[in-house]
Ligand binder design. Sequence first.
Ligand code: KIV
Length: 289
Amino acid sequence: MSTTFQLDTSTSRAHPTPTPLRRLSIPAVRQRKADGVTTEPVVMLTAYTARQAQLLDEHCDLLLCGDSLGQVIYGLPSSLQVTLDMMIAHGAAVVRGSYHAAVVVDLPFGTYEASPEQALASATRVLAETGCSAVKLEGGAVMAETVTFLSQRGVPVMGHVGLTPQAVNTLGGYNARGRSAAEAEKIVSDAVALDQAGAFAIVIEGVVEPIAIEATKAVACLTIGIGASNQCDGQVLVTEDMLGMFERVPRFVKRYAEIAGVISSAAESYAANVRARSFPGIEQTYQPK
Ligand code: KIV
């Protein structure tokens, strides 16, 4: 049975029928991995809007309001221009649109790297103003102190290692990481540092597969792969990529739909109707005085 929604206009919140289960907590998701074994892989997708969240919610354990919204929603050249206010506006929409999945919101570039205190101030705004369950930040060992600082103060943190898009200018592009032995070792030790610092999960993006497998074995917390390995404890994709919204997507993305073509042909039919003045129903329903 598919879910339908009734809008409460006083709160802008859409209430689903049937009523879903209670929202998953971060500890409940974290417990999926016990003694290094994850029996049920964690399902995560990105979501940026309330309606998108409504459609994805029942199928996901985690919804990520990622700073990839810079490119996907705003047409920006990278995630570097994304602001905390943008993340908060979209994160709140995703929380309003979801009931089951725990919502994680990205801390954008420049809002957490300076100090643990800066990160706490940003994370506090994100948690308080969106109602989300956790934040995500990029970087490995260098962020360990901040991850401890946040997680000891009530902020669950998801880390992000390997290809970290906010570091595009130092990495020199969006190519897969870990092709040299030194870089491979560094990515695994970054994951271990975040795990020991208290991260509940770590996104491992764009790395050669053995690194993702080694890191997954080396950490107690969950690893969430994207262009990494199906042996990670869970997977994430940018929803628009897997829906076929864009012509160009990373090679590792499996397209589960071809939504761009659906939108384009709907717009084409609409345009043809407008131009032919052939809107069905208008003539019949209009009652001239
Ligand atoms: O910003 C984002 O959407 C992400 C995912 C791709 C992991 O960080």
